[in-house]
Design a protein around this ligand. Structure first.
Ligand SMILES: [Zn+2]
Ligand SMILES: [Zn+2]
Length: 352
């Protein structure tokens, strides 16, 4: 293959990524060669880079699981030349979980930048079948922004599917940055009313600007006091607790404790964020409340077209939450992320 390819490799944890040539093996029949237009930087990438999360693939590994690109080679000729999202979860498509619409839980799934080389590269080789086509993007769409759909937006979408958010529901989102901002916008697009909780006023201002009905800065507050505030608002909106939907997106023990504290009779909680730390909960509250708690992981590729429609309709805005930069600034972006200095989700362009 004559294509000149390069990538940013994690060679040693705790060290900067190394930019060097990427060897592209001959394509297998089920794979596609994708020329990367952009790849989003996720907090999980920082975890791999600093050694706090171990990738499944041995080092060196190309990180990045939020890629959008153009298919350059594939067995399916109709794919070639087409823009696609490379989902962060690439299910096998054949197992019992995949066959029952639970491909996001497929035990044979591949994740770019974890199981296989990822999107911090000029090119990637990925399974062709789960690629999500972007043919329906309105003219003038900056396809690079759609990279965040591969994880942040689609994960938020799947979480709202899991919770069965309906018009008129009362939603509370804990953790207003990243995935939480997209859960907020999706819930609003589904005609729910939304409260966002965070410990940062700037994050709360961002979600207020895209439709959150109420924001609460929970820094230093007792979860029981927040419970009074949230339940009071839901009650004032006249929504019965059966239709309360709680999304824990902060991935912090405090956020998880708060989410559990907000449970009520027949309410639903979805755990979206990740924390390696345990929390102490009175689990029997689930029994007492007849409540439902779901986990959610990624999003099956077949669920993408519906959330893309909301983006085409302008009901989910990406630009206010994203910042484009050349991929050559990737190490700086990781440093900034580690120092909590990133205001927005960074999208890295290997051609810039
Ligand atoms: Zn991610
Ligand atoms: Zn499968």
């Amino acid at each position: 293959m004559a294509t000149e390819a390069s990538a940013w490799f994690l060679e040693q944890v705790g060290q900067p990524l190394v930019h060097r040539a990427l060897a592209l093996p001959d394509l297998k029949v089920d794979d596609a060669l994708v020329e990367v237009l952009a790849c989003g930087l996720c907090h999980t990438d920082l975890g791999y880079a600093d050694g706090s999360v171990r990738p499944n693939h041995a080092l060196p590994l190309v990180l990045g699981h939020e890629a959008v690109g153009i298919v350059r080679e594939a067995s399916d000729a109709t794919l070639v030349g087409k823009p696609v999202i490379v989902p962060a979860v690439l299910p096998c498509g054949r197992c019992a979980l995949c066959q029952s619409g639970r491909g996001n839980a497929c035990t044979a799934q591949k994740m770019p930048g974890n199981d296989i080389h990822g999107g911090f590269a000029t090119h990637m080789i990925v399974p062709a079948a789960p690629l999500v086509r972007l043919d329906a993007a309105p003219p003038g769409t900056d396809l690079r922004l759609l990279s965040v759909v591969a994880d942040a937006v689609s994960t938020a979408w799947q979480a709202t599917l899991r919770a069965q958010v309906r018009p008129g529901d009362a939603v509370v989102v804990i953790g207003a940055g990243g995935v939480g901002a997209f859960v907020t916008q999706i819930a609003k697009a589904l005609d729910a009313q939304v409260i966002c909780c965070d410990v940062r006023d700037d994050k709360l201002a961002q979600v207020a600007a895209v439709g959150a009905d109420l924001t609460i800065n929970v820094r230093g507050k007792n979860p029981r006091d927040v419970r009074k505030e949230v339940h009071g608002a839901f009650a004032s909106w006249g929504v019965p607790s059966l239709n309360w939907r709680i999304f824990e997106c902060s991935g912090t023990p405090d956020g998880q404790t708060l989410a559990f504290t907000l449970l009520a009779r027949a309410a639903t909680l979805v755990q979206v964020g990740f924390s390696a730390k345990p929390v102490e909960l009175r689990f029997s509250n689930l029994m007492a409340f007849d409540a439902t708690v779901h986990g959610t992981w990624g999003c099956p590729p077949e669920a993408y077209p519906d959330v893309l429609k909301l983006i085409w309709q302008g009901k989910i805005q990406l630009a206010p939450f994203c910042e484009l930069a050349p991929m050559s600034q990737l190490n700086q972006a990781l440093t900034d992320m580690a120092a909590h200095n990133l205001e927005k989700r960074m999208i890295l362009d290997p051609r810039a």
